[in-house]
Design a protein around this ligand. Structure first.
Ligand SMILES: N[C@@H](CCC(=O)N[C@@H](CS)C(=O)NCC(=O)O)C(=O)O
Length: 314
């Protein structure tokens, strides 16, 4: 039986593409995990008490440590479960650079394609929530613009799909060779999203036979071994354990951060998201950890990536 202190819990919902990235990442390492289903839109009353306000999907929990953002989750999985590595070639640094593009420009494009082509068919509350999150305050205009520009958006998506197809044309199983890598999950989830949620997806993807073969290979990796868990049990797990995050700040911190400083952290985009407040426990170039008192749940550590997140001193 897995030790409760190290058991992986993923707060997610089946339709989430970014959660699919992490589920594939579990498959690559063959990990066992507990599946907690969360709502698709706010409020998320059984999630935000753990995160301190962060509402995006997915969130990973291990005991009283809460990992926000798939970037942070993949890094932590690699640290705790190094074999088989998410970085099977010597290009780890470049692969992280590339993942910032797949999570940024490429995913944003996919969201515009999916939301823009759905037009008025989306439920109003869902359209407003996602519109605001990905297109900012002017989301209604943004959705109309996306709808009017669909052929342009498709052309923007088709180019990178052609690059992926080209990368696979020598018959390799995965993007970097015979072994699956983080970058497979980091590109696959965008393809999974457009195939499943954009009506033009399957036809457009069928132009790329190597990519379609690779999709099948990645799908066959599976999602590791999932078993469901109630949100109440996940919260009880956090209550019963202490965080394990390291304490310290790496030298030359550009913001002069120090352990114990009062800070807030939130995604560095115009999505109107609630900052998570607490005291700084750890910071280096890639990660920031905030310690917070979560009332009757006790002390929690909330981990974020540094890239893509804004840290403010309060
Ligand atoms: N940078 C984040 C992005 C997460 C994200 O935007 N997830 C989408 C779902 S795929 C989301 O949070 N949607 C709103 C929600 O689930 O409430 C990550 O990599 O985890």
């Amino acid at each position: 039986m897995t030790d409760p202190a190290s058991e992986i819990i993923l707060h997610n919902y089946p339709q989430s593409p970014v959660a699919e990235k992490v589920r594939v990442a579990f498959g690559i390492k063959g990990l066992a995990w507990r599946d907690v289903e969360i709502p698709r839109i706010t409020p998320k009353p059984m999630l935000t008490p753990l995160t301190g306000g962060y509402r995006r999907t997915p969130v990973m929990q291990i005991g009283a440590d809460i990992y926000c953002d798939s970037q942070c989750i993949i890094r932590e999985l690699e640290r705790r479960h190094p074999e088989p590595s998410y970085m099977p070639t010597p290009e780890a640094g470049l692969m992280w650079c590339l993942s910032r593009w797949t999570d940024g420009a490429l995913f944003d494009l996919a969201v515009k394609l999916v939301l823009g082509s759905a037009g008025d068919t989306l439920p109003k509350d869902f359209a407003e929530d996602r519109g605001r999150l990905y297109l900012g305050e002017d989301w209604a205009e943004g959705l109309k613009r996306a709808n009017a520009q669909l052929p342009h958006l498709v052309a923007q998506m088709r180019a990178p799909l052609a690059w992926v197809d080209d990368q696979l044309k020598d018959g390799r199983a995965f993007l970097l060779g015979p072994a699956p890598a983080a970058i497979d999950a980091q590109i696959y989830y965008v393809v999974w999203f457009i195939r499943g949620r954009w009506e033009g997806g399957p036809t457009m993807l069928s132009e790329f036979p190597n990519l379609v073969r690779w999709e099948d290979t990645v799908r066959a990796l599976g999602h590791g071994a999932a078993s469901s868990m109630s949100p109440e049990d996940a919260i009880a797990r956090a209550r019963g354990l202490e965080p394990t995050a390291e304490t310290g700040v790496a030298p030359n911190d550009p913001q002069g951060l120090a352990v114990g400083a009062s800070v807030t952290v939130h995604p560095d985009v115009d999505g109107g998201e609630q900052p998570v407040a607490g005291t700084l426990r750890f910071a280096n170039a890639e990660t920031i950890v905030v310690e917070r008192n979560a009332g009757d749940i006790g002390t929690l550590c909330v981990h974020f990536p540094r890239a893509g997140y804004r840290v403010e001193r309060t």
